[in-house]
Design a protein around this ligand. Structure first.
Ligand code: ADP
Length: 501
């Protein structure tokens, strides 16, 4: 028993909440379709790996187009009979809050599950689950407030512009923060839609666990379905004529293929892709804050975060000073097993991802960047990579242009404010940008000029369910969170009615 009173059990040599262990050891992690735990029709399965050890920790159902079709049919039937859509708004609110309560009560379990298959470290695990709790609470407030309006058209007609749910939403998620998927799913549910969720193939655990919690909270069967599988299940979801709208978070190449495929059936897509986000540090900045925030943004989740501030643009007057501070806050970080309380950087998701990150370290050296920090990685079965800081980077280098998705920080010098913004915008991505300065006029100029979906001033990676988030350029389109996400998950219908006198 722990201080909080829950039993502990061992999984792959780690003590975890007994409920997480029981979930894993109960057998194949199932799809959740029509409120039932289902195996794949043809019996496909896939091992679940622990990125901290390289060991297999369980087995998940591996679906195909038929399983996906079952899930879409279930979601469609739920939508059409109105078991969720037509529920009183206040009842929807209560159930979404109940789900938030259940996740909050079981945050240790979901944090453990994210630690086991996604390698999310202790320090970050509750933050990931908290994102879902926050999204559910924020959107729980909406069912009673989504209202249409009546445009004035003169005396002959009454026009009601209704806001309606769209139908079945397909949601495809990546592996880098699995428990946060209610960021996309909560607004879809609040609007009255049904959902088919496809988690990333590497990280099936929290999606399944939370979908089962949703049933317990009174979200009716069929309203939130989970189908496991790799890209083929994702493509089947995109192509399925019974799916009305899509939300995709992932890589640029997959996003591009997906947008083209979605166009065949005229599905609108919300697309959230990667970034190569600039953090611009001016000479008047609080340098300690700038160095720890900029570096922290690249070490956070071992760099596997789409908003990582992986290009740090630093004015030449403070360049050396900044680098010294960035190295100082980074050189003693602990890299290792996600469940070690002291660990700052956990494993990368797969050995392939670690090899890819290491290849960028070689590329940066070969391109002539100066290595200011290159810590060794623990020599064990996990996919570890210690922080790397490259100095003297310029925009001709691949380490300045390509998203690495690992703990590699590229520091680029600049001389003038205009030059800083030119470099900042000289990227195909446009997810986020950061600025560190005490000059209030510069704050306004930076916010005007930076070509990104989010601009953080003297802070970075702060999010709130009330504030919309999304990309510009190759970072995607559409907004998640806040009231703009509800627009994405609803449609308008204008009803004209002749007035009889
Ligand atoms: P990464 O794995 O680098 O985050 P991907 O874009 O490959 O990026 O994966 C994100 C999600 O998209 C995963 O759930 C994956 O299974 C899914 N996916 C991969 N290929 C396709 C595809 N062609 N169509 C739809 N979804 C896909």
């Amino acid at each position: 028993m722990t201080a909080t009173g829950h039993h502990r059990s061992s999984v792959d040599g780690t003590e975890v909440d007994a409920r997480a262990a029981a979930f894993l050891s109960a057998g194949t992690i199932p799809h959740v379709i029509e409120g039932e735990r289902r195996m794949s029709r043809v019996g496909g399965e896939r091992p679940i790996m622990n990125p901290s050890t390289g060991n297999q920790i369980g087995v998940v159902a591996d679906g195909d187009a038929d399983d996906l079709d079952d899930a879409v049919r279930s979601a469609r039937a739920a939508f059409e009979d109105g078991r969720w859509r037509l529920l009183a708004p206040r009842e929807k609110e209560e159930r979404l809050h109940r789900l938030a309560d259940l996740i909050a009560e079981q945050r240790e379990v979901t944090g453990d599950l994210d630690g086991l298959d996604a390698g999310i470290v202790r320090k970050y695990a509750s933050f990931v689950s908290q994102a879902s709790i926050n999204a559910l609470r924020y959107y729980a407030g909406w069912p009673t407030k989504i209202s249409g309006h009546m445009p004035p058209v003169g005396p002959d007609y009454t026009v009601t512009e209704r806001i309606e749910p769209i139908g079945v939403m397909g949601v495809i998620k990546p592996w880098n923060g699995p428990a946060a998927f209610f960021n996309q799913v909560a607004p879809a549910l609040a609007a009255g839609n049904s959902v088919v969720l496809k988690p990333a193939e590497h990280t099936p655990l929290t999606a399944t666990y939370m979908a089962l919690l949703a049933l317990e909270a009174g979200i009716p069967p069929g309203v939130l379905n989970v189908v496991h599988g790799a890209g083929a299940v994702g493509s089947a979801l995109v192509a399925h004529p019974g799916v009305n709208r899509l939300s995709f978070t992932g890589s640029v190449n997959t996003g591009r293929a997906l947008a083209a495929a979605a166009a065949q059936t005229f599905k609108k897509v919300n697309i959230e892709l990667g970034g190569k986000s600039p953090v611009v540090v001016f000479p008047d900045a609080d340098l300690d804050l700038a160095a720890s925030t900029a570096a922290g943004s690249v070490w956070n989740n071992s760099g596997q975060v789409c908003t990582a501030g992986s290009r740090t643009l630093v004015h030449r007057d403070i360049y050396d000073d900044f680098l010294e501070r960035a190295v100082k806050v980074s050189e003693n970080l602990t890299v290792g097993h996600a469940f070690d309380e002291a660990v700052d950087l956990g494993p990368l998701i797969t050995p392939q991802q670690r090899d890819k990150v290491r290849s960028y370290v070689d590329i940066g050296r070969a391109e002539g960047a100066t290595v200011r920090l290159a810590g060794g990685a623990p020599d064990s079965g996990g996919n570890f990579q210690a922080p790397v800081i490259f100095a003297d980077v310029d925009m001709s280098m691949r380490v300045a242009r390509e998203e690495i998705f690992g703990p590699v920080m590229s520091v680029i010098p600049f001389d003038t404010e205009d030059q800083a913004y030119r470099i900042a915008n000289d990227t195909e991505f446009g997810l986020a940008a950061g600025v560190f300065t005490r000059d209030i006029a510069r704050v306004e100029r930076a916010a005007d000029v930076l070509d990104a979906g989010t601009v953080w001033i003297n802070c970075y990676q702060v999010l709130d369910a009330a504030v919309s988030f999304g990309g510009a350029k190759y970072s995607g389109y559409g907004r998640s969170l806040g009231s703009p996400a509800l627009e994405e998950y609803t449609r308008r219908k204008s009803v004209w009615s002749r007035r009889y006198r």
